[in-house]
Design a protein around this ligand. Structure first.
Ligand code: ZN
Length: 465
């Protein structure tokens, strides 16, 4: 496993060298999405949009500013976020009567309006989402995509007639998460957070945690069951079949640009990034291999291949820079392009092309007549093998412990009596963050690692980003 210092240095360097972002913007924690990085984020968003459409969520776009009094209505929520918000105190030269804040998330922007939109049981379930920027004044060390102050953010908000229907929504969210995870070749753990660490205002929270090469975990998604907590504060009610007014049950599901951070960190080697084919900004890079007298012919064939790939829905790039092929290989390996296509003199004669995989370096010569089919197949294979490799890392990263001293690096799994005091004790004694228990449930036999009373389940803990 990488040490935190090694990882930090490598990560901070690669995100700029590979052209994912520019950190020179003069506001700390607010980076510039450069074209290559933004393309990656947009392709990830495209997976999200498509899943939202599949599951009947409708897209909305709410204002960025929230009035202070509206924000303060849900007491726990403001307690949880109060210290992290950016305030707008003036309009022109005049101080505002009611301060405005930049949304740190949009519950308090949306819910007073949901109260106007939702009238009857026929309006339910009500499912909307938006992809926008949110702002959080992070005081810890910032890191591109992982801990920033202006965050590219996805948030789905739903309202339901009862608790059971909201629970169904949470299961659907987890299904969506699995589609997103597969596209990014990212295995993860679905953890039900302990009560003392749930989202501010939630009835319970499910954290989606990815295992990083340093042995820490990063939360890339959050799914929250609100019950009627927010509906009470914001007056979201509906008329049921009998004409009685009832409070709506609500859920949210959030993800952010941390998905990019996790992809960068989980899939890499000493040469650089490895992008999952489904979201790689460039899936195939074409590198012409110069041949003195046939230079123009090679260039022409490369252009033909480029157009064929593009018109078949494969994201291709033709590198015609005046550089040696070796330098081009190096560049595109660093940038994580899953497949390289080389075409030179010998390939002209054989009507062939050479394909080189980024994930394992495998090289194969293929007939150009079957190129499209073969490229698509190899891209699929790369996705499958990257996911498998990451799954093995995650599996190896979870360590069972019997007691709380002499802990290994990674995610630790301990038997737990399920008492809050005991969980907090474990947190204090290990100095780790408690991730919670498996959402799907797990039964343990034996003794709690903290108090030695009979255990009920397993508790997970790790250092986190
Ligand atoms: Zn215990």
């Amino acid at each position: 496993m990488l040490s935190e210092d090694e990882f930090s240095e490598w990560y901070n360097d690669i995100v700029e060298k590979a052209g994912l972002c520019d950190k020179r913007y003069p506001v700390k924690g607010m980076n510039i999405w450069t074209p290559y990085g933004w393309k990656l984020m947009s392709l990830i968003d495209a997976v999200t949009h498509s899943e939202m459409a599949r599951t009947g969520h409708r897209e909305v776009c709410f204002p960025l500013l929230i009035p202070e009094d509206q924000f303060a209505k849900e007491e726990k929520h403001i307690k949880g976020f109060g210290g992290e918000v950016y305030w707008v105190t003036h309009a022109g030269l005049n101080p505002l009567d009611i301060r405005l804040l930049l949304r740190p998330t949009s519950e308090t922007a949306m819910y007073p309006i949901f109260a106007l939109w939702i009238r009857a049981h026929t309006d339910l379930p009500f499912k909307v989402y938006q992809i926008c920027n949110v702002f959080r004044y992070e005081t810890k060390q910032t890191r591109a995509f992982v801990r920033v102050r202006e965050i590219h953010f996805f948030e789905a908000h739903t309202c339901h007639a009862d608790f059971e229907d909201a629970e169904r929504q949470i299961r659907e969210d987890l299904e969506i998460m699995s589609v997103v995870g597969k596209s990014l070749c990212l295995p993860y753990m679905e953890m039900r957070r302990p009560d003392w660490d749930k989202f501010a205002g939630a009835h319970y929270s499910v954290g989606i945690d990815v295992f990083m090469p340093t042995g820490r975990t990063i939360q890339i998604g959050g799914i929250h069951q609100y019950r009627e907590n927010f509906a009470k504060a914001y007056g979201i009610t509906y008329e049921d079949e009998k004409g009685e007014h009832r409070l709506a049950h609500q859920t949210t599901y959030g993800m952010s640009e941390r998905l990019v951070g996790a992809v960068v960190a989980v899939h890499h080697d000493q040469k650089g990034l490895k992008f999952p084919p489904a979201v790689a900004p460039i899936q195939v890079v074409i590198v012409p291999i110069p041949a003195k007298e046939l230079q123009e012919k090679v260039a022409q064939e490369c252009r033909t291949v480029f157009h064929r790939l593009q018109s078949n829905g494969i994201r291709a790039h033709l590198d015609e820079r005046d550089l040696r092929p070796g330098n081009k290989f190096y560049d595109w390996e660093e940038k994580g392009v899953p497949l390289r296509l080389e075409l030179g003199k010998r390939d002209l004669a054989n009507n062939a092309a050479v394909l080189v995989r980024r994930d394992n370096g495998a090289k194969v010569s293929v007939p150009r007549d079957e190129l499209i089919m073969i490229v698509k197949r190899i891209l699929d294979e790369i996705g499958i093998s990257m996911l498998k490799a990451a799954e093995e890392q995650l599996k190896a990263g979870i360590r069972d412990v019997e007691a709380l001293d002499d802990l290994p690096v990674g995610v630790i799994r301990m038997r737990w009596c399920a008492e809050e005091a005991c969980g907090k004790d474990a947190e204090a004694r290990t100095g780790l963050n408690i991730l919670g228990t498996r959402y799907s449930g797990e039964q343990a036999e034996g003794k709690c690692a903290a108090c030695w009373k009979p255990a009920k389940t397993y508790l997970y803990a790790a250092r986190t980003y």
